[in-house]
Design a protein around this ligand. Structure first.
Ligand code: UGA
Length: 439
């Protein structure tokens, strides 16, 4: 099949490369000239494991193309994916749909023959209707159908999530369009991926409901972690104890500093806005949003308490800045709440992240950035782990002990064993785990 993808952001690029790898011919279109030039030179503008090799392979095999010229790409395509950004609108938190609507207008003028216009951008319920109306108005003779096909890609694991998904959701009410979507995803039939065809509005809501549910799950375990700290219980064992119940499930029950990223914060907010607009509030998600943002701020207090209630004049080494491992994405990262709160109280922060320092420097220009974890740790009064990159999971703790001038370690991802850390003489603080008292 011939496919056009509008937008070469995270979702557009990953989807385009993966569809090409399925064997389809894909043209990714973006108005950003320098981005397209970079892509055509083989440079990938985002950090996503495996994406460079996948793009390279499919470009060489002439199934994947990048262009700023939408005309031919759209005219030739049987399916045109809209994969542009839908950021939170300034002021009210609604998803900003201006880029989606602009793409719809452009597609309307360029489409040729029956075309399925597929919304992959995360869009509020009813956006498909709006896109359909825009196309109809712009080009009354167009032969087309609008489908919704939300993405469930996690940054850092996006290619695997696309190639081996738990499910594919397609909201479509037109039989011809259904056949096109079926054909596009046919390569996944081999591994028996469930493909769920629903009405368009249902599909749009599935996306938000899925992200909101995961945000609820994380926030639930985070509050249980706080209770664990108060009563002397262990949140990791609680998570395992409840997660082994198949109705609950073990995944997304890792307590931490609060969720961040480009999806959960934005999508939970947009869902509650839609719900309120329709007079059908989702109070549990309202609460989750509030609890999560308070949690990110509270993490700085936890660190300050661990450092003896005063960080003024102290040096703190921070490992991990991205909102999670395997990405350079800093959007709504907990580090952005935690670090400024520490420096405001007079601490000097020396940070290291394997991929996100470039982004972080723009957002937090006033802290020091180090070339290795050891440069950050050497001589610091305390060490704080904010993001659980693999390379931080097995640090040489003897060396950490000898390098730090103090002995405080705050592990906001529970990647170290509390008893072991205490035995080694660290003043170790983690999330929702009792001190063993065996130091
Ligand atoms: C999320 C969803 O997992 C994807 O399915 C979805 O497609 C994507 O949003 C999207 O809407 O585009 P992503 O934001 O990349 O993916 O990252 P997650 O792995 O879901 O993590 C989100 C946040 O939750 C991170 O800050 C992470 O540290 C935190 N988290 C996750 C926890 O604190 N505990 C957990 O157990 C899991």
């Amino acid at each position: 099949m011939r496919v056009a993808v509008i937008g070469t952001g995270y979702v557009g690029l990953v989807s385009g490369a993966c569809f090409a790898d399925f064997g389809h011919t894909v043209t990714c279109v973006d108005k950003d000239v320098s981005k397209i030039e970079r892509l055509n030179r083989g440079e990938i503008p985002i950090f996503e494991p495996g994406l460079d090799a996948l793009v390279d392979k499919n470009v060489k095999q002439e199934r994947l193309f990048f262009t700023t010229e939408a005309k031919d790409a759209i005219a030739d395509a049987e399916a045109v994916f809209i994969a542009v950004g839908t950021p939170s609108r300034r002021g009210d938190g609604h998803a900003d749909l201006q880029y989606v609507y602009a793409a719809a207008e452009e597609i309307a003028t360029l489409m040729n023959g029956f075309t399925v216009v597929v919304n992959k951008s995360t869009v509020p319920v009813g956006t498909g209707d709006e896109v359909e109306a825009i196309i109809r108005k712009t080009n009354p003779d167009a032969d087309f159908a609008v489908a919704s096909n939300p993405e469930f890609l996690r940054e850092g694991a996006a290619i695997k999530d696309f190639m081996i998904p738990d499910r594919v959701v397609v909201g479509v009410e037109d039989e011809r369009a259904k056949a096109v979507m079926d054909e596009l995803y046919r390569p996944l039939f081999l591994n028996e991926t469930p493909i769920l065809f629903t009405q368009r509005r249902t599909s749009e809501l599935i996306k938000y409901a899925a992200n909101a549910f995961l945000a609820v799950k994380i926030t639930f375990i985070n509050e249980i972690a706080d209770l664990c700290e108060s009563v002397g219980a262990n949140v990791q064992e609680v998570a395992r104890g409840i997660g082994l119940d198949g109705r609950i499930g073990r995944k997304f029950l890792n307590a931490g500093p609060g969720y961040g990223g480009s999806c959960f914060p934005k999508d939970t907010l947009a869902l509650t806005k839609t719900a309120n607009d329709y007079g059908s509030p989702i109070r549990i998600v309202d609460t989750v949003i509030e609890v999560n943002s308070a949690r990110k701020k509270a993490m700085a207090d936890k660190i300050i308490a661990a450092m003896g209630a005063d960080v003024s004049g102290k040096t703190i080494a921070v490992l991990g800045l991205a909102f999670k491992p395997n990405t350079d994405d800093m959007r709504d990262a907990p580090s952005l709440d935690i670090i400024p709160a520490l420096t405001e109280k007079g601490a000097s922060v020396r940070a290291y992240d394997p991929e996100a320092m470039h982004e972080a420097k723009e957002l937090m220009p006033d802290i020091s950035y180090c070339g290795t974890p050891w440069d950050a740790i050497e001589g610091a009064d305390g060490l704080v782990i904010i993001t659980e990159w693999h390379q931080f999971r097995a640090l040489d703790m003897e060396r950490v002990k000898n390098s730090l001038s103090g002995n405080v370690v705050v592990d906001l991802r529970n990647i170290y064993d509390a008893e072991d850390m205490e035995k080694r003489g660290f003043a170790y603080t983690s999330i929702g785990r009792p001190k063993t008292g065996k130091a």
